[in-house]
Design a protein around this ligand. Structure first.
Ligand code: GDP
Ligand code: MG
Length: 426
């Protein structure tokens, strides 16, 4: 099978979890390589309905090894809670099927606190953070003010290092925000408690993955969010704080030398965007409400209503290129079945001129969408399992998107359940 990354092409919530759950059938290992517990990957299969945050979406398949790579924001508290939730629904999570990189930095309680305090300070200029501590976590990591998961077992050394970091962090919490400082005792208890629970999972996952790779095992890399939230190439500053691109997958997973054979880019049949920031193709009013309801577009982590719009060809083409996409999974095509005609954002107008190319972030504020329409199909397509089963209008829509973004649409998802999928051959 080789190695494959499953990535989001747009703003996130494209259905990556659903695709990873499906595709893991053919893979031995699934690695989450970036982001943190702010993810919401919804998976519906024979085991039930799950909203995964930190756990890789391969946990439902027996025999699959799931890895949290060094690039992930390792939040022991939320990870432990998630493990308990998933276990309560009968899914086994053990050191046999889950490994945490010893090089993953630990997300501390003060990261969540700082995230919340900063969003409060920003008031109406907020970034739309999920307040999971992700931005403070990554900035501390790059300032070298975090501890690594592999440091948790040796408490004597760990506490010495954490004491220095806690002193520094308290200076900022008290000085900048006037917040209550963390007591060292409180932090020690937190680290000992979650450290003890998660120690059995912490390993040198680089060696583990290297061994898997050299023995011919196939690896699937699971991204969080999408291209437009990439810290370097997204809609900065309305991005996340890590690289969501497939090119980062080998680094964030711990095997920078690995060859990627395939990149599956997940694209929703329409657009959604959660949180703040420019969203050129955004719909409003009743049209938006209807699409949001049809697609049940509410955040898996936060319950926030997602902003919605037609598929955005300009942004999608950019996402396809930046991800090095080899094939597309087009999800939620069934959601469009109620529409008489399907809107498509084919271009932008930027500074009075038509634009095919995704603009520099600050140019997005004044950009307008150019919308054209395709005929709707107005019937239930959720039972379709072959491309030929789809009505002509739906096939035309898929082929139009395919031509516009110059990338083969291999998978078409027509329902949230694992089996609601059409696989096309080239
Ligand atoms: P992710 O963050 O990229 O994994 O995506 P999310 O799980 O946040 O959002 C996708 C949502 O759409 C989830 O609620 C899925 O259950 C649902 N979903 C995925 N594929 C389909 C599909 O083809 N049709 C429908 N109706 N729902 C889908
Ligand atoms: Mg999501």
């Amino acid at each position: 099978m080789g190695n494959c990354a499953v990535v989001g092409i747009n703003w996130g919530d494209e259905g990556k979890g659903r695709m990873v759950d499906l595709l893991t059938e053919s893979y031995d290992v699934v690695v989450r390589y970036q982001g943190g517990g702010n993810a919401g990957h919804t998976v519906i299969n024979g085991r039930g309905k799950f909203a995964l945050h930190l756990l890789p979406s391969g946990v439902f398949r027996e025999g699959v090894l799931n890895v949290l790579g060094n690039g992930v924001a390792f939040d022991p508290e939320n990870l432990w809670r998630e493990i308990e939730d998933v276990r309560a629904k009968g899914v086994s999570i053990t050191p046999e099927n889950l490994a945490i990189s010893d090089r993953a930095s630990v997300l501390m309680p003060w990261h969540r606190k700082q995230d919340e305090l900063e969003e409060m300070r920003l008031a109406d200029k907020k970034y739309g953070s999920t307040k999971q501590g992700i931005a403070p976590f990554y900035s501390d990591k790059y300032q070298k003010k975090t501890v690594l998961a592999g440091e948790l077992p040796d408490e004597e050394k760990l506490f010495e290092r954490v004491k220095d970091i806690a002193d520094w962090k308290n200076l900022m919490l008290e000085g900048v925000y006037g917040a209550k400082p963390y007591s060292f005792e409180e932090i020690k208890t937190w680290l000992s408690d979650f450290g003890a629970k998660l120690k059995p999972f912490i390993r040198d996952t680089s060696s583990l993955l290297e061994d898997a790779s050299t023995s011919g095992k196939s690896i699937l890399f699971e991204a969080q969010l999408g291209t437009l939230r990439d810290i370097d190439f997204g809609i900065y500053p309305y991005t996340t704080s890590s690289n969501t691109l497939a090119a980062y997958a080998p680094i964030g997973s711990g095997i920078p030398f690995v060859h990627m054979d395939e990149v599956i880019g997940v694209v929703k049949a329409y657009s959604t965007c959660v949180g703040e920031g420019p969203f050129v193709c955004e719909m409003s009013g009743e049209e938006a409400d209807r699409l949001r309801e049809a697609g049940a577009e509410y955040g898996a982590k936060t319950g926030r209503p997602r902003r919605v719009g037609p598929i955005d060809i300009v942004a999608t083409r950019y996402g396809v290129k930046m991800q090095g996409t080899t094939a597309i999974a087009l999800t939620k095509l069934d959601v469009l079945s109620y529409m008489d005609r399907i809107p498509v954002c084919v271009k932008y107008i930027v500074d009075g001129k038509e634009e095919d190319k995704f603009p520099f972030p600050t140019k997005l504020d004044g950009a307008d969408p150019v919308i054209s329409y395709m005929p709707g199909w107005k019937c239930d397509i959720s039972k379709a399992r072959r491309f030929e089963d789809l009505p002509q209008e739906a096939r035309d829509y898929v082929e139009f998107v395919e031509r516009s973004i110059s990338c083969f649409i291999k998978y078409i998802s027509v329902g949230a359940e694992r089996e609601s999928i059409i696989v096309r051959e080239k």
